[in-house]
Design a protein around this ligand. Sequence first.
Ligand code: NYM
Length: 212
Amino acid sequence: SIGNNDSRGALIVLEGLDRCGKTSQSSRLLSYLDSFGHSVELLRFPDRSTNVGQMISAYLSKQSHLNDHTIHLLFSANRWEKRSMMETKLKAGTTLIVDRYSYSGVAYSFAKGIDIEWCKAPEIGLLAPDLVLYLDIPPEKAAERGGYGDERYDHLEFQKKVAQCFQILCDSSWKIIDACQAMEDVEKQLQETALDRVITCQKGKPLSFLWR
Ligand code: NYM
């Protein structure tokens, strides 16, 4: 292998509002990195397949009611239950492309008016991403794309608040991509940064932890 003993996969997170194109871009990025022979896997949060994930899914589809603090902690627990698997995979050299992570966790709850430090607290100690790719789209544009589902949070007024929260969370390490561009152009912009980060981690960048 090209790497040394500290060689590992990269933790690459895609974030953005609902309908920003994250999910399509995640799988396109997977194919791209895969075509270079990198070991790469896709994850998404919430992961609705676990017990906790099923509680989240029932909440999102309005089949159950939970108060804002409780659902926040469940979203966080859903990341905690995947943490050791993620660390094992990264250390084994697999790059993880993750569709939503702790930033969504904080942004959606903070948008409801929960204290931001309280929102961040349960995320402390989770693996920090090596790269955050933010697919930037005005909430009005995302709404025009249609197909807002019938889930909680799927409405313009709330998405506007979430957009503001992402702006507060974002720092200079994030790569902001204009998600209003053609799909192919968005795809191109993700590729270069992601590949670069995969190579940096292959060379042995140490893992770091939230919350920086
Ligand atoms: N969401 C997602 C949260 O509110 N907190 C979180 O921690 C995460 C990961 O779940 N509207 C919200 C954002 C979405 C919803 O996500 C479902 P998706 O990507 O549509 O499956």
